[in-house]
Ligand binder design. Structure first.
Ligand code: NAI
Ligand code: NA
Length: 400
């Protein structure tokens, strides 16, 4: 079969396995020549390792100087009668292959990171095959649902405001159109449920159980990712349900830091730049901001993708040269510093008001936005033979 892109709204329904392989290789090539992570961790667990920031973290830590063995947990689907499977499925496979070529462990666990069984399997593996202890735990899950560990009932996150409803444009990648959409006001229950899904509770639970199992090394660090953004997007993000969940995540970092400091460890949240990922394309009214931001940052030569952000985070912040992790007044690591620079934000606001449904494909960086989205799914990459006839057997023979 010839694998073609299929997009429904903002969801990719197909992925190109060898495009994903190329994307992994491109990221590896980038970190190999970038400012390296020195004195970095050697044994790393990444929750949410198959795409976006989690995958970039894993690549940075394995190939960007630290040469870490990694365990990656993700929720992905392989080839079946339903289709070729998800991009993340292939990212896991090709990451592991590249890691093994470099003499590193790249162990993949595919399944629900929220489940007790996953915790047990991972701990068992760390003890029996991974050398017994971790130096770093990266928490990079992004999802809309989490089962209540007590009842199994699902909490669902909502992307809503906590004040007045907000109407703003959103992008439909399938039709290349910009559509108005209103984000309603969350009920108290929706606020709470979003916090359960995207807040820090599950992160803390993982750290607790890993710590109780004795698999956190002295000096072990942990990091989770957050977004804050400029004032213009506060009503939809920072002061909405997602922002509230992130506030919980930030508070969790402080609690975990107290706990982990007893064994010389540290816990942080890193605030990252707005980027196109499988998760972020869902955030309503956010895309015009990204279109303007990309355009301005590219014009200024300071644009970064996930891999550049993560390499900078690990090389210059978490394992930076002066050994003390630089943080802001709220003890947050800021790799969104370039995004939030005053002159960048000034130009972004000026551009954003000019972007309309008629002109967004040229006024903002829609080309870049769409290319990023396609590349997340293994399409539009240079050097890939998209006319290749790929058999189903070729795909089922690839193992996680
Ligand atoms: P993503 O969708 O690319 O990656 C999410 C990962 O979580 C995938 O590996 C997926 O398989 C895994 N996952 C989801 N549910 C799972 C489950 N039940 N069990 C196991 N694995 C599961 O998302 P992205 O954007 O990289 O997000 C990661 C973090 O970065 C999130 O906390 C997000 O808020 C944060 N962030 C994202 C920004 C953006 O612009 N994309 C900006 C700043 C922070
Ligand atoms: Na360093």
């Amino acid at each position: 079969m010839i694998i073609e892109p299929v997009v429904k709204g903002v969801v990719a329904r197909s992925a190109h396995p060898f495009g994903c392989q190329q994307a992994i290789r491109n990221q590896i090539n980038y970190v190999r020549t970038a400012d390296p992570v020195t004195d970095g961790p050697k044994k790393v667990l990444v929750l949410g390792a198959s795409s976006g920031f989690g995958l970039a973290s894993r690549i940075s830590l394995a190939f960007g100087g630290s040469m870490a063995d990694t365990i990656g947990i993700s929720f992905e689907r392989g080839p079946s009668e339903k289709g070729v499977g998800t991009a993340g499925w292939y990212n896991n496979i090709f990451f592991r292959e590249e890691a093994e070529k470099a003499g590193l462990i790249g162990k993949n666990f595919i399944g629900d990171a929220f489940s007790p069984q996953m915790r047990q399997q991972v701990i068992e593996y760390i003890k029996t095959e991974f050398g017994g202890q971790l130096d770093l735990v990266v928490y990079s899950l992004a999802t809309g649902v989490r089962p209540n560990p007590e009842t199994g009932e699902l909490w669902r996150s909502s992307i809503k405001t906590m004040g007045e409803p907000v109407t703003g444009p959103t992008i439909n990648i399938e039709t290349d159109t910009m559509e108005q959409m209103t984000i309603g006001t969350a009920t108290p229950e929706e606020v709470e449920d979003t916090e359960k899904v995207m807040g820090g509770e599950d992160w803390a639970s993982w750290i607790d159980i890993l710590s109780d199992a004795g698999v956190l090394a002295t000096g072990c660090k942990t990091v989770a990712y957050s977004y804050v953004g400029p004032k213009a997007t506060y009503p939809i993000y920072h002061q909405g349900t997602l922002g509230r969940a992130k506030a919980h995540l930030h508070a969790t970092a402080d609690q975990l830091n107290n706990k982990m400091s007893e064994m010389g460890g540290e816990a942080y949240v890193s605030v990252c730049k707005a980027l196109v990922t499988k998760a972020s394309v869902f955030i309503p009214a956010f895309s015009p901001y990204i279109l303007a931001l990309f355009k301005v940052m590219k014009d200024k030569g300071v644009h970064e993708g996930c891999i550049e952000q993560m390499q900078r985070l690990y090389a210059q912040r978490l394992y930076g040269k002066d050994k003390i992790v630089p943080v802001d007044d709220n003890r947050l690591i800021r790799v969104d510093d370039w995004e939030l620079e005053e002159d960048i934000q000034q130009q972004v606001s000026e551009l954003m008001v000019k972007i309309t449904p008629e002109n967004f494909t040229t006024m903002g960086d829609y080309q870049g936005y769409k290319t990023d989205f396609m590349q997340l799914n293994g399409f539009d990459l240079e050097g890939v033979d998209y006319q290749a006839d790929i058999s189903f057997e070729t795909l089922t023979q690839l193992v996680a």
